[in-house]
Design a binder for this molecule. Structure first.
Ligand SMILES: C[S@@+](CC[C@H](N)C(=O)[O-])C[C@H]1O[C@@H](n2cnc3c(N)ncnc32)[C@H](O)[C@@H]1O
Length: 214
């Protein structure tokens, strides 16, 4: 996907008002400026930033647009991918969880500068975030599936939708996790990389545990 195709994809999949477009542009600006101080995204991806990061994040919304009214929780948000992109494109409350101080400061700066009042940060480890019932949980380049679910189960219930971009190895990773984890799983193709996939999961609990909390 070229950068022009990435912008066209956003326009055709979201109601990108002038205000929303300005928010995304400002976020991209802040990302590029922030690169002078810390490695927010891999330098090799900068020329492809709209495809590799903005659309790659935005596509997660297309798998969880109508799932409940509750919060979207993004695990290991880093520089705000996908959390900040989701906050630019949706009014759903979003909580980004990130443990590294410099990343937390960057995320807060973006929230304040872009004006994303419905986005909040939990600055700390996912394992220590207060229990809640997220409508949606995302995690991009955060952890392998078993660690991911073990660290964040207390943020979910039986209705939570997990949208997990997983690169080229998604199906294998899912098969390896199945003996220990049950749920309803789909593997969806990524629009930014034909060889990558997104795992969409519901009702995730450890094998042997009843799907109780709803
Ligand atoms: C590889 S980066 C990915 C960042 C972003 N999601 C992206 O796709 O660009 C992983 C991020 O997860 C954070 N992280 C890793 N383990 C964590 C944990 N247990 N709790 C909170 N943050 C964590 C790291 O500090 C890092 O910023």
């Amino acid at each position: 996907m070229t950068e022009d195709e990435a912008r066209a994809w956003l326009d055709s999949n979201f109601d990108v008002s002038r205000e929303t477009a300005a928010k995304l542009e400002r976020y991209v600006d802040l990302l590029l400026k922030g690169m002078a101080e810390q490695n927010l995204i891999s330098a090799s991806t900068v020329p492809h930033l709209w495809a590799r990061h903005i659309v790659d994040s935005a596509q997660l919304l297309t798998h969880a647009r109508n799932d409940g009214d509750g919060a979207w929780i993004d695990l290991g948000s880093g520089a705000g991918l996908p959390g900040i992109v989701v906050a630019c494109l949706s009014n759903r409350p979003i909580l980004m969880i990130e443990s590294r101080r410099k990343r937390i400061d960057f995320l807060q700066h973006v929230i304040d500068d872009v004006g994303l009042g419905h986005a909040k940060i939990f600055g700390g480890r996912v394992e220590n975030a207060p229990p809640c019932n997220a409508a949606i949980v995302s995690a991009r380049a955060y952890a392998p599936l078993p660690q991911l679910w073990a660290s964040a189960l207390h943020l979910s219930n039986a209705k939570t939708v997990w949208v997990l971009p997983k690169g080229r190895n998604a199906q294998n990773e899912l098969e390896a996790a199945r003996p220990a984890w049950q749920g309803v799983f789909h593997v969806e193709p990524s629009v930014t990389d034909p060889e990558s996939s997104i795992i969409v999961a519901r009702g995730v609990v450890p094998q042997g545990r009843k799907k109780g909390r709803s």
